[in-house]
Design a protein around this ligand. Structure first.
Ligand code: MG
Length: 270
């Protein structure tokens, strides 16, 4: 219906356009007719039914569950020694419905790759507090394997602003620091709008939105490139990539990780 109305009002061939494009045109239009048309979205019938999780934080029906407390079958690590060049089963330790970084074993990443996505991750810092600054409970959630949302014990622990928990590491501090005490569970709910490339050229950067324990910490924040330690990152063209968790040699725990692949308003579920 929206296409037909748009065609009538604009004289344009809306059949050729997807709803995202039409919506953008409507939103950017200054004419009353187009604004009126935007109301018609209220009449649309959505087919993409999703059953929400039974409790807050539980995976909805269309999520890919990456860790449900039982095993790390969705994950891998880079092999070492005789296994160099191969993917191997993770050495990270599953215990009591959680898993823990195995220090010095290397990063762990999903066997599947992802682009535009909604990600839920829960993490907990060691209650036996040791170290300070970046050496207190450091890990990280690497979006698309290269853009780090920092994981750190930032409860009463001072470090540089864009290195604290919830930072888009080395580029953007979180708007706020709502971290819980060591030993308690934190949640990250992340929206990833993947970067777009045309050959070697960056067309659109990655955008990240982060709710940290339900509190908005980043809103549609663009990155300048991959996240680096004290260096300016850059974009290297890539497609979908695994979600990666950082081994920074500290025993951070994780649980309840799931991801949803995102599609546009009138695109089928992926
Ligand atoms: Mg880190």
């Amino acid at each position: 219906m929206i296409r037909a109305l748009y065609t009538a009002a604009s004289g344009m061939n809306a059949q050729q356009m997807n709803l995202d494009t039409i919506a953008n045109n409507l939103a950017n239009s200054s004419t009353t007719g187009f604004r009126q048309l935007s109301l018609e979205f209220q009449d649309m019938v959505y087919q993409n039914l999703v059953t929400p999780g039974a409790a807050p934080g539980a995976p909805p029906s269309d999520a890919i569950v990456l860790f449900d407390g039982r095993d790390l079958s969705q994950w891998a690590q880079q092999g070492r020694g005789a296994d160099k060049g191969k993917l191997v089963a993770p050495k990270w330790v599953v215990r009591d419905g959680t898993f823990e970084v195995a220090p010095h074993s290397g990063d762990m990443f999903t066997r599947q790759s992802f682009g535009d996505s909604q990600i839920h991750v829960e993490w907990s810092e060691p209650s036996d507090v040791t170290g300070s600054d970046q050496m207190r409970g450091n890990s990280g959630v690497y979006l698309m394997s290269r853009y780090e949302v920092q994981v750190l014990d930032s409860f009463g622990n001072v470090t540089y602003a864009d290195g604290q928990a919830g930072a888009l590491y080395g580029q953007w501090p979180p708007l706020v620091n709502p971290i819980r005490r060591p030993g308690e569970w934190n949640t990250y709910d992340i929206v990833v709008e993947a970067p777009r490339f045309d050959g070697d050229k960056l067309v659109k950067p990655i955008y990240v939105t982060l709710f940290f324990n339900g509190v908005l910490a980043h809103i549609h924040r663009d990155l300048m490139g991959n996240t680096e330690h004290r260096a300016l990152g850059k974009y290297t063209p890539h497609g979908d990539m695994p979600l990666l968790l950082q081994d920074h040699d500290m025993k951070v725990r994780y649980r309840n990780i799931w991801i949803r692949k995102l599609a546009g308003y009138d695109q089928p579920e992926r």
